[in-house]
Design a protein around this ligand. Structure first.
Ligand code: HEM
Length: 220
Protein backbone atom coordinates (compact mmCIF):
# COMPACT_ATOMS: atom_id res chain seq x y z
CA UNK A 1 0.00 0.00 0.00
CA UNK A 2 2.70 2.45 -0.97
CA UNK A 3 1.73 6.08 -0.62
CA UNK A 4 -1.17 5.49 1.74
CA UNK A 5 -0.82 6.80 5.27
CA UNK A 6 -2.09 4.61 8.10
CA UNK A 7 -4.93 7.08 8.80
CA UNK A 8 -6.09 6.89 5.18
CA UNK A 9 -6.08 3.08 5.44
CA UNK A 10 -8.12 3.47 8.63
CA UNK A 11 -10.62 5.69 6.82
CA UNK A 12 -10.94 3.21 3.95
CA UNK A 13 -11.40 0.38 6.45
CA UNK A 14 -14.14 2.24 8.32
CA UNK A 15 -15.79 3.13 5.01
CA UNK A 16 -15.75 -0.54 4.01
CA UNK A 17 -17.28 -1.66 7.31
CA UNK A 18 -20.12 0.85 6.98
CA UNK A 19 -20.62 -0.34 3.38
CA UNK A 20 -20.81 -3.98 4.47
CA UNK A 21 -23.35 -3.11 7.14
CA UNK A 22 -25.47 -1.34 4.49
CA UNK A 23 -25.10 -4.32 2.11
CA UNK A 24 -26.65 -6.54 4.79
CA UNK A 25 -29.35 -3.94 5.52
CA UNK A 26 -30.33 -3.87 1.82
CA UNK A 27 -30.90 -7.66 1.80
CA UNK A 28 -33.15 -7.37 4.85
CA UNK A 29 -34.93 -4.30 3.48
CA UNK A 30 -35.56 -5.97 0.12
CA UNK A 31 -36.79 -9.20 1.76
CA UNK A 32 -39.37 -7.34 3.89
CA UNK A 33 -40.56 -5.24 0.95
CA UNK A 34 -40.77 -8.19 -1.44
CA UNK A 35 -43.39 -9.62 0.92
CA UNK A 36 -45.67 -6.83 -0.33
CA UNK A 37 -45.56 -8.51 -3.76
CA UNK A 38 -46.01 -12.12 -2.69
CA UNK A 39 -48.12 -11.87 0.48
CA UNK A 40 -49.76 -8.63 1.65
CA UNK A 41 -50.70 -10.23 4.99
CA UNK A 42 -47.09 -11.21 5.75
CA UNK A 43 -45.94 -7.75 4.66
CA UNK A 44 -48.30 -6.21 7.23
CA UNK A 45 -47.00 -8.51 9.97
CA UNK A 46 -43.34 -7.78 9.11
CA UNK A 47 -43.90 -4.01 8.83
CA UNK A 48 -45.81 -3.96 12.09
CA UNK A 49 -42.87 -5.67 13.78
CA UNK A 50 -40.25 -3.41 12.17
CA UNK A 51 -42.29 -0.28 12.86
CA UNK A 52 -43.26 -0.91 16.47
CA UNK A 53 -40.69 -3.25 18.05
CA UNK A 54 -38.72 -1.07 20.52
CA UNK A 55 -35.45 -2.88 19.79
CA UNK A 56 -35.81 -2.17 16.05
CA UNK A 57 -37.07 1.38 16.59
CA UNK A 58 -34.73 2.60 19.28
CA UNK A 59 -31.60 0.49 18.75
CA UNK A 60 -31.43 -0.76 15.15
CA UNK A 61 -32.83 2.39 13.50
CA UNK A 62 -30.37 4.78 15.17
CA UNK A 63 -27.48 2.41 14.28
CA UNK A 64 -28.72 2.30 10.67
CA UNK A 65 -29.10 6.09 10.59
CA UNK A 66 -25.57 6.50 11.88
CA UNK A 67 -24.21 4.01 9.29
CA UNK A 68 -25.97 5.83 6.42
CA UNK A 69 -24.70 9.27 7.49
CA UNK A 70 -21.21 7.95 8.24
CA UNK A 71 -21.03 6.27 4.82
CA UNK A 72 -21.97 9.44 2.96
CA UNK A 73 -19.77 11.80 4.98
CA UNK A 74 -16.77 9.46 4.79
CA UNK A 75 -17.42 8.97 1.06
CA UNK A 76 -17.15 12.72 0.50
CA UNK A 77 -14.01 12.99 2.64
CA UNK A 78 -12.30 10.13 0.75
CA UNK A 79 -13.33 11.60 -2.62
CA UNK A 80 -11.94 15.05 -1.76
CA UNK A 81 -8.70 13.60 -0.43
CA UNK A 82 -8.31 11.39 -3.51
CA UNK A 83 -8.89 14.34 -5.82
CA UNK A 84 -6.29 16.41 -4.00
CA UNK A 85 -3.79 13.56 -4.08
CA UNK A 86 -4.31 12.85 -7.80
CA UNK A 87 -1.93 14.92 -9.93
CA UNK A 88 -3.51 14.21 -13.35
CA UNK A 89 -7.22 13.97 -14.04
CA UNK A 90 -8.44 10.51 -15.01
CA UNK A 91 -9.83 11.84 -18.28
CA UNK A 92 -6.36 12.89 -19.35
CA UNK A 93 -4.93 9.69 -17.99
CA UNK A 94 -7.01 7.36 -20.18
CA UNK A 95 -9.03 6.14 -17.18
CA UNK A 96 -10.91 3.57 -19.25
CA UNK A 97 -7.77 1.55 -19.70
CA UNK A 98 -7.28 0.68 -16.05
CA UNK A 99 -10.53 1.34 -14.24
CA UNK A 100 -14.27 1.03 -14.82
CA UNK A 101 -16.79 3.86 -15.14
CA UNK A 102 -18.37 2.56 -11.93
CA UNK A 103 -15.18 2.79 -9.90
CA UNK A 104 -14.37 6.31 -11.18
CA UNK A 105 -17.86 7.63 -10.55
CA UNK A 106 -18.79 6.26 -7.12
CA UNK A 107 -19.39 9.85 -5.96
CA UNK A 108 -21.90 10.46 -8.80
CA UNK A 109 -23.84 7.21 -8.27
CA UNK A 110 -23.60 7.86 -4.51
CA UNK A 111 -25.06 11.35 -4.91
CA UNK A 112 -27.99 9.98 -6.93
CA UNK A 113 -28.67 7.43 -4.17
CA UNK A 114 -28.42 10.24 -1.58
CA UNK A 115 -30.95 12.33 -3.53
CA UNK A 116 -33.18 9.25 -3.79
CA UNK A 117 -32.95 8.77 -0.02
CA UNK A 118 -34.23 12.34 0.45
CA UNK A 119 -37.41 11.47 -1.46
CA UNK A 120 -37.57 8.00 0.05
CA UNK A 121 -37.36 9.28 3.63
CA UNK A 122 -40.08 11.80 2.87
CA UNK A 123 -42.23 9.04 1.35
CA UNK A 124 -41.89 6.40 4.06
CA UNK A 125 -39.84 7.41 7.07
CA UNK A 126 -41.36 10.85 7.55
CA UNK A 127 -44.81 9.38 6.88
CA UNK A 128 -44.26 6.95 9.77
CA UNK A 129 -42.96 9.60 12.17
CA UNK A 130 -45.92 11.82 11.32
CA UNK A 131 -48.47 9.01 11.59
CA UNK A 132 -47.18 7.57 14.87
CA UNK A 133 -45.62 10.39 16.84
CA UNK A 134 -47.05 13.68 15.53
CA UNK A 135 -50.63 12.68 14.78
CA UNK A 136 -50.45 10.02 17.52
CA UNK A 137 -52.62 7.55 15.58
CA UNK A 138 -53.36 4.23 17.30
CA UNK A 139 -51.68 1.04 16.13
CA UNK A 140 -53.23 -0.38 12.97
CA UNK A 141 -51.36 -3.47 11.87
CA UNK A 142 -53.37 -3.77 8.62
CA UNK A 143 -52.44 -0.38 7.15
CA UNK A 144 -48.97 -1.09 5.72
CA UNK A 145 -49.86 -2.88 2.50
CA UNK A 146 -52.36 -0.18 1.49
CA UNK A 147 -49.76 2.51 2.18
CA UNK A 148 -46.95 0.97 0.11
CA UNK A 149 -49.37 0.13 -2.71
CA UNK A 150 -50.73 3.70 -2.84
CA UNK A 151 -47.21 5.20 -2.89
CA UNK A 152 -46.53 3.76 -6.34
CA UNK A 153 -49.64 5.12 -8.00
CA UNK A 154 -47.67 8.04 -9.50
CA UNK A 155 -45.65 7.30 -12.63
CA UNK A 156 -43.11 10.07 -11.85
CA UNK A 157 -42.28 8.45 -8.52
CA UNK A 158 -41.87 5.01 -10.10
CA UNK A 159 -39.55 6.48 -12.75
CA UNK A 160 -37.41 8.30 -10.14
CA UNK A 161 -37.23 5.16 -8.01
CA UNK A 162 -36.30 2.91 -10.96
CA UNK A 163 -33.59 5.28 -12.26
CA UNK A 164 -32.19 5.50 -8.71
CA UNK A 165 -32.14 1.71 -8.39
CA UNK A 166 -30.14 1.43 -11.65
CA UNK A 167 -27.60 3.93 -10.27
CA UNK A 168 -27.64 2.04 -6.96
CA UNK A 169 -26.76 -1.09 -8.98
CA UNK A 170 -23.78 0.68 -10.56
CA UNK A 171 -22.68 1.89 -7.12
CA UNK A 172 -22.93 -1.64 -5.73
CA UNK A 173 -21.19 -3.20 -8.75
CA UNK A 174 -17.96 -1.52 -7.70
CA UNK A 175 -18.73 -1.01 -4.00
CA UNK A 176 -19.33 -4.66 -3.12
CA UNK A 177 -15.93 -5.97 -4.17
CA UNK A 178 -14.17 -2.74 -3.20
CA UNK A 179 -15.33 -3.06 0.41
CA UNK A 180 -13.74 -6.52 0.60
CA UNK A 181 -10.51 -5.18 -0.91
CA UNK A 182 -10.42 -2.36 1.62
CA UNK A 183 -10.57 -4.70 4.60
CA UNK A 184 -7.69 -6.64 3.08
CA UNK A 185 -9.67 -9.66 1.88
CA UNK A 186 -7.55 -10.41 -1.16
CA UNK A 187 -6.73 -13.92 -2.24
CA UNK A 188 -6.10 -15.48 -5.67
CA UNK A 189 -8.77 -18.08 -4.99
CA UNK A 190 -11.45 -16.00 -3.23
CA UNK A 191 -11.21 -12.62 -5.00
CA UNK A 192 -12.86 -13.93 -8.21
CA UNK A 193 -15.65 -15.43 -6.07
CA UNK A 194 -16.16 -12.10 -4.26
CA UNK A 195 -16.25 -10.29 -7.62
CA UNK A 196 -18.82 -12.72 -9.01
CA UNK A 197 -20.93 -12.41 -5.85
CA UNK A 198 -20.70 -8.62 -6.17
CA UNK A 199 -21.91 -8.74 -9.77
CA UNK A 200 -24.91 -10.89 -8.85
CA UNK A 201 -25.67 -8.80 -5.78
CA UNK A 202 -25.56 -5.55 -7.75
CA UNK A 203 -27.98 -6.95 -10.33
CA UNK A 204 -30.41 -8.87 -8.13
CA UNK A 205 -30.88 -6.34 -5.31
CA UNK A 206 -31.80 -3.37 -7.57
CA UNK A 207 -33.87 -5.71 -9.79
CA UNK A 208 -35.85 -6.77 -6.71
CA UNK A 209 -36.54 -3.14 -5.75
CA UNK A 210 -37.52 -2.33 -9.36
CA UNK A 211 -39.92 -5.28 -9.33
CA UNK A 212 -41.63 -3.91 -6.20
CA UNK A 213 -42.08 -0.39 -7.56
CA UNK A 214 -43.29 -1.58 -10.97
CA UNK A 215 -45.55 -4.27 -9.49
CA UNK A 216 -47.43 -1.78 -7.33
CA UNK A 217 -47.72 0.66 -10.21
CA UNK A 218 -49.18 -1.84 -12.68
CA UNK A 219 -51.57 -3.39 -10.14
CA UNK A 220 -53.19 -0.05 -9.16
C1 HEM B 1 -39.19 -0.18 -4.00
C2 HEM B 1 -38.20 -0.01 -3.19
C3 HEM B 1 -38.30 0.36 -1.72
C4 HEM B 1 -39.41 0.38 -0.91
C5 HEM B 1 -40.84 -0.02 -1.26
C6 HEM B 1 -38.99 0.81 0.38
C7 HEM B 1 -39.82 0.95 1.50
C8 HEM B 1 -39.44 1.42 2.73
C9 HEM B 1 -40.29 1.48 3.88
C10 HEM B 1 -41.74 1.01 3.93
C11 HEM B 1 -39.55 2.01 4.90
C12 HEM B 1 -40.02 2.14 6.34
C13 HEM B 1 -40.16 3.47 6.91
C14 HEM B 1 -40.31 3.34 8.42
O1 HEM B 1 -41.00 2.43 8.87
O2 HEM B 1 -39.70 4.13 9.13
C15 HEM B 1 -38.24 2.31 4.37
C16 HEM B 1 -37.20 2.88 5.08
C17 HEM B 1 -35.91 3.00 4.62
N1 HEM B 1 -35.44 2.69 3.38
FE1 HEM B 1 -36.53 1.89 1.88
N2 HEM B 1 -37.63 1.06 0.36
C18 HEM B 1 -37.17 0.81 -0.91
C19 HEM B 1 -35.85 0.95 -1.38
C20 HEM B 1 -34.80 1.40 -0.62
C21 HEM B 1 -33.43 1.50 -1.08
C22 HEM B 1 -32.94 1.09 -2.47
C23 HEM B 1 -32.69 2.00 -0.05
C24 HEM B 1 -31.23 2.30 0.02
C25 HEM B 1 -30.48 2.67 -0.98
C26 HEM B 1 -33.60 2.22 1.05
C27 HEM B 1 -33.22 2.74 2.27
C28 HEM B 1 -34.08 2.93 3.33
C29 HEM B 1 -33.65 3.44 4.61
C30 HEM B 1 -32.21 3.81 4.99
C31 HEM B 1 -34.79 3.50 5.42
C32 HEM B 1 -34.89 3.97 6.85
C33 HEM B 1 -35.05 2.80 7.71
C34 HEM B 1 -35.72 3.26 8.93
O3 HEM B 1 -36.94 3.33 8.92
O4 HEM B 1 -34.97 3.50 9.85
N3 HEM B 1 -34.86 1.84 0.68
N4 HEM B 1 -38.19 1.93 3.06
Amino acid sequence: MAGLSSSSIGRKYAMALSAMFLLIFLILHLTVNLLSVVSPGSYNVASDFMGYNPLVQFLMQPILGFAVIFHFVMGFILEIRNRNARPIKYGMNNGNANSTWMSRNMIISGLVVLAFLGLHFYDFWWHEINFKYIQGNPLDSERFYGEIHAKFADLWRVVIYVVSFVLLGLHLAHGFQSSFQSIGARHPKYTPVIKALGTWYSILIPAGFILIAVYHFVTQ
